[in-house]
Design a protein around this ligand. Structure first.
Ligand code: OGA
Ligand code: MN
Length: 287
């Protein structure tokens, strides 16, 4: 029997009593899917998974994204987030892995820079530092619901341009290679997503560069205003990792970010699988 308990007044829940070493029956999967739709963030405890088990569990929720060029794990369904180098020691702070860790400390939705952005991500804690390194989640449904009604009306139907190079170049202009620029050109995304019975959400984050059809400065000002509204402590769940935790989150309902830890002294190894979206956030533009 699985047991689901909430971790925050607005979203996020903990799932106990699940053993991913066993095949999951359809009733259990349905309970998990319902909880996912409702809570946006599910924390599974005590999952000592291998890469293969994590992939198999993730595939219950949809097909997996292949990791893009330039990221550790490229070509496989795994994204490896770590400060551990190939020789097993902690990498030097100039390393691209460290800069990518820094980039992850900005609120973002995984793969919002893809034409069909990710539906969900699953992250498992393989090695965690003794303190720090929480992953934080921001409920963009709660943020949307708390907007003044006139603002909700004003932003309905807006399209944002999400650009991987834009977000990354704010961290370090050298972080994006020409090849990456070529494979991830800017894409259009709805600013407001509709989750049916669960309301609407704001779809923004670090890759969100501008508002289509608006002068750059005005688009930026709106994005900043909406983000400032969203980034309220009451909409945040901060997860202190325990060994063997695994988290599944809805990239279309929450933003997330990494937080600092003593990365020069302690090791952290996280493995992510990313569940592809079923479709784009807006209808493709007529040719
Ligand atoms: C991710 C991510 C944050 C963290 O896996 O997509 O942003 O705390 N991780 O490692
Ligand atoms: Mn991420």
């Amino acid at each position: 029997m699985i047991e689901i308990t909430s971790l925050h007044p607005l979203f996020a829940a903990e799932v106990l009593g699940l053993d991913l070493g066993r095949a999951l029956d359809s009733e259990t999967l349905r309970l998990i899917e319902d909880a996912f739709a409702r809570y946006s963030v599910l924390v599974f405890r005590d999952q000592d998974v291998t890469d293969e088990q994590q992939i198999a569990f993730s595939e219950h929720f949809g097909s997996l994204e292949r990791t893009k060029v330039g990221t550790p794990g490229a070509g496989s369904p795994l994204v490896v987030l770590t400060n551990i180098g190939a020789d097993g020691s902690i990498t030097s702070p100039t390393d691209k892995q460290i800069l990518n860790n820094k980039a992850n400390q900005h609120w973002h939705a995984d793969s919002s820079f893809k034409p069909v952005p990710a539906k969900a991500s699953m992250l498992s804690a393989r090695i965690i530092p003794s303190k720090g390194g929480n992953t934080e989640y921001l409920s963009m449904r709660a943020a949307y619901a708390a907007l003044p009604p006139a603002k909700q009306v004003a932003i309905e139907g807006l399209v944002a341009i999400h650009d991987y190079a834009y977000g990354r170049s704010k961290i370090d202009p050298n972080l994006v290679s020409d090849e990456e620029r070529r494979v991830v050109p800017p894409v259009r995304q709805a600013v407001v997503l509709d989750h049916g019975a669960f309301g609407k959400s704001l779809y923004l984050g670090a890759h969100c560069a501008s508002i289509e059809g608006w002068p750059d400065a005005e688009g930026r000002a709106l994005i900043d205003e909406l983000m400032a509204h969203a980034m309220q402590a009451r909409f945040v769940y901060s997860h202190p990792w325990q060994p063997r935790d695994m988290i599944l989150w809805d990239n279309r309902a929450v933003l997330h970010r990494a937080t600092p830890f003593a990365a020069a002294a302690e090791k952290r190894l996280m493995v992510r699988t990313t569940i592809a979206g079923d479709g784009p956030t807006i209808a493709p533009r007529a040719a």
